[in-house]
Design a protein around this ligand. Sequence first.
Ligand code: KG4
Ligand code: ZN
Length: 339
Amino acid sequence: MPILAIESSCDETSVAIIKDGKILSNIISSQYFHSKYGGVIPELASRAHLKSISDIYHQALEESKLSIKDIEAIAVTNQPGLMGSLVVGTNFAKGLALRNNLPIIPINHIEGHIYSSYLENSDYDFPSVALVVSGGHTALFYVKSYSEYEIIGLTRDDAAGEAFDKVSKLMGLGYPGGPLIDKLAKEGNPNFVEFPRSMINSGDFDFSFSGLKTSFRYFIQKNFEGEIDLKSKQDLAASVQSAIVDVLVAKTIKAAKKYKVKTIAVSGGVSANSELRLKMNESGNKIKIKVAFPSIRLSMDNAAMIGFLAEKKYINSTQDDFRNFTFVASSNSLRARYR
Ligand code: KG4
Ligand code: ZN
């Protein structure tokens, strides 16, 4: 049952076709032009989605060698995200579904990330602890099945990806900062500065990254004047990265032990981080719990993860469950559900 999925919640426009849990196509177009502004400009993002979505839809069908007549349902991210960006994807999806008389499956973007590491590791078991780390979210979930999960921890302020991006900006590097810090850190000394590991021993599963950014700013204001030399950039990148990764790994492992899970699933843009992959795998091995990461391409925003989860929901429902076209796009964050 091929499902055509659409993702446009932030600055990636993506259309994928999923059949029986496998990717037939997954076209992702990233809006790199935001880098010159140092962050995503919502109005420009929605205009760029509007410009490219139809082309991306046609490319996805072409690559899958299917036509719209072969598609059984349309899936679309309807929350959370940038309002104007979500509206482009949901309206495109509604138009397609109405014109082709197809059911439509609204999917929560974060839920898409939670299960994205199962797309390429379908043999991994539940229950799992899922860490979703991206530019907009840092959250831990206890996941029982494809339909049952609960939030067990959330960032109280900045997301981990936001911390990477802000620190990168403070060092005069580009946006997105995560990949740049990751690259520089490979040549740096992680013990150069002992940045704070906020809330590492807080006893709950919440996170906080805004203090790290502040302490980083004070450190460079105090110790550097003007342009920071390359060696210091490498050492600073390694030090800040290890502070972020230490907290993410410590909390996830603690949750995995407490909930006695079979799998640790890590996803979202920051899950591409090489140090996070290394440390989480090492720590998971030590306690004999499998660690699942999506491939780098599926760690970023993509429609394949939306289609994958939509198929799971669709299999367990009747077509009538997905004939409701009145759902709306919503920017709602996880916090609204958690607190
Ligand atoms: O999931 P994503 O593509 O979009 C959001 O939903 O936010 O995540 C983007 C975030 C950015 O903050 C970016 O800096 C971060 O993921 N990121 C990384 C790496 N690659 C992307 N952070 C650390 N290391 C990386 N290699
Ligand atoms: Zn995302």
